[in-house]
Design a protein around this ligand. Sequence first.
Ligand code: C5P
Length: 216
Amino acid sequence: MIPSLVVALDGPAASGKGTLARRLAEAFNLAYLDTGSLYRATGVATLRAGGNPAHESDAVKAAQSLDLSNFSPADLRTEEAGVAASQVAFIPAVRAALLDFQRNFAKSPPGGKSGAVLDGRDIGTVVCPDATVKIFVEADLETRVQRRVKELREKGENIIEARVRADMQARDARDKDRSVAPLKPADEAFTLDTSNMTADEAFAKARAYIESKIKR
Ligand code: C5P
């Protein structure tokens, strides 16, 4: 079966795309894949094996033998996992190892769903270039830092704001400057800047945009 609706949501860390993707999946009855979790799991698996996430052979080994059942959501949402994720994501062979899983998810969404929402950095440009709808979610650095600080503190992580800012700047730079699948809007993507929006406002705008695309 050809999926009826594939939504590609890309954007930088803490732009609000995860929350938005989950809500859109529910509203349109679509399967949801957080592709960042694949890179996070690869990063954490590399660290668990005593490897270095920036070293190709260590990271590729982890990506090729990835078993998502070894990771709880809490294992993957730490700042350390995010940094390791952006290091393994820089390596083209790691990206290649994770590509089929993502494409298959979009092509044959699980749970009997007729379509899928995928969020990440390169969904509209590389993973699903034929997606029905492409949205690029943005927010300015300071807004994203404050969102991430709040999220981590609510989880009880003892973090230093300046460190979160420095990590986010380093991750932004790695994500944008890498040679394979850099973070950038697809040509036809709708850009949604959530800096001054509540989650409800971002959801309403994205839903209206998707509805306008699928009615055509
Ligand atoms: O979205 P999230 O912050 O969970 O992603 C963690 C890291 O994984 C990102 O900083 C990025 O380097 C990488 N990533 C990617 N391509 C994707 C999803 C995530 O390179 N499609």
